[in-house]
Design a protein around this ligand. Structure first.
Ligand code: SF4
Ligand code: SF4
Length: 430
């Protein structure tokens, strides 16, 4: 029998733990380990196995082509989801415009490793050597200032983790449907990325994690084009944030790589950095915004103080809740127990969690002409203090005994019905 060693991430960490986010630490329950990992099973994830790429391979073309065709065909019928029809097709076209407009900045942030040929990774200015003597090396100050800059650029939550190479993708791939356009990863040492090699610059030791909030009103219309536009807007705002933070870090004399979901797995890094916990829906659940955030990161060699993983009882609550699994039209979310193994190669085995069947999810997107988001809209944590004035969160973070009762009450009395997109836009007044 294969021997499995379950190791807990975060053990033997030699780096200083942060004391700079005191205002957050006061309300956070520190957790010793971020995730349970079976090191006999876990391998760095091959980016070619992300559902986006796997499905494109199966289809023989970029999945987005088909998804876009599906959207266009809906909008041409005056619809923004199979069951959301407008009398005037022009109304649907406005929603299409939201989706097109809100995703444009996101497209500027490319994966590290694609080299200059992508023409997308905004590299910023070189640090002037004549300023080298001014460089600050005080970890606490550098951490505090980096958080401040991230907040100025739209982040509502920030954290720092030690860079764990297990979360970095094992490959990069230039096109979703490109077969052999992959360059090998050279681990944690080596020259800056070029067209020939995907290698992190030497000394990259930390990751700054940021979360930007998504528009809850738009998300409440899920599944719809408008909810998809909220995702795109969140990513574009996150891209703006990390492109700016990385340029700032380079401006004060350190190396920095801005990244969205490219280059490495962001969610486990965010768990390590204490931004939230991993939920049944496969998303990071933050205490303040639930899964209704978009995440991004900056990989850097700037000396920083790192944060702790947190335990607010959210993962434990997912045991009782299961609301996202009930609302998932694709049946992609597990309503069973967490496990160390997933459904298919689009899952990366080895981490104890609920695995989401990503190809099922993505096929639903293509069939519905939306990017769904029902698992965000249905999660009670999405509603923050709007969820009975935050009382359930307080109870969940202090005792597990009431989880079953709270989730029963929530199912019985909380109304999280899909909001009509037109009604939301009318309410929003903008
Ligand atoms: S986005 Fe929709 S289809 Fe995909 S996992 Fe969430 S609820 Fe299911
Ligand atoms: S909907 Fe419920 S089960 Fe799903 S992630 Fe949110 S709290 Fe967990």
């Amino acid at each position: 029998m294969r021997r499995r060693e379950t190791v807990k991430l975060g053990r033997s960490r030699a780096l200083d733990r942060s004391t700079t986010n005191d205002e957050q630490a006061q309300v956070r329950h520190k957790k010793q380990h971020a995730m349970q990992i079976d090191d006999g099973l876990y391998r760095r994830f091959d980016v070619r196995n992300t559902a986006f790429r796997a499905l494109s391979r199966d289809l023989g073309r970029d999945w987005r082509d088909e998804w876009h065709r599906s959207i266009v065909s809906l909008v041409a019928q005056g619809k923004t989801a199979p069951k959301l029809a407008f009398e005037d097709p022009a109304d649907a076209l406005f929603h299409y415009g939201f989706q097109a407009g809100f995703g444009i900045v996101e497209d500027l942030a490319a994966s590290w490793g694609l080299g200059q040929s992508s023409g997308k990774a905004l590299c910023g200015v070189d640090f002037p050597t004549e300023l080298a003597d001014c460089r600050c090396t005080d970890k606490a100050r550098l951490t505090r200032e980096a958080r401040r800059v991230a907040r100025h650029c739209g982040a509502v939550l920030t954290g720092v983790a030690e860079l764990d190479m297990r979360w970095m993708y094992a490959h990069v791939q230039r096109r979703n449907d490109g077969p052999g356009d992959t360059v090998g990863a050279a681990g944690g040492k080596g020259p800056p990325s070029s067209d020939e090699a995907f290698a992190l610059p030497a000394g990259m030791k930390y990751v700054i994690l940021v979360a930007v909030p998504m528009n809850r009103g738009m998300v409440s219309t899920a599944p719809s084009l408008l909810a998809g536009a909220a995702t795109d807007l969140g990513y574009s705002q996150a891209a703006f944030c990390v492109l700016s933070v990385a340029a700032y870090v380079r401006g004060i004399g350190y190396q920095a790589i801005p990244s969205l979901n490219d280059t490495g797995l962001t969610i486990p890094m965010a768990v390590e950095a204490g931004l939230g916990e991993l939920g049944r829906n496969g998303l990071l659940i933050t205490r303040e915004y639930g899964p209704c955030v978009r995440l991004a990161k900056v990989i850097t060699d700037m000396p920083l103080l790192v944060d702790h993983p947190v335990d607010f009882g959210i993962q434990a609550y997912c045991d009782s809740c299961r609301e996202c699994a009930r609302r998932c039209a694709a049946g992609a979310i597990s309503d069973g127990e967490p496990s160390h193994t997933g459904h298919n190669p689009c899952n990366n085995d080895g981490v104890l969690k609920w695995y989401v069947d990503a190809p099922k999810c993505l096929r639903y997107w293509m069939a519905s002409g939306t990017s769904c988001s029902a698992c965000i809209a249905s999660c009670p944590f999405t509603w923050g203090r709007g969820w009975w004035l935050g009382l359930p969160q307080w109870l969940i973070s202090h005792t597990r005994l009431l989880d079953g009762l709270i989730s029963w009450l929530d199912r019985r009395f909380a109304s999280r019905k899909q909001v009509e997109p037109a009604a939301f836009l009318a309410m929003d007044g903008r």
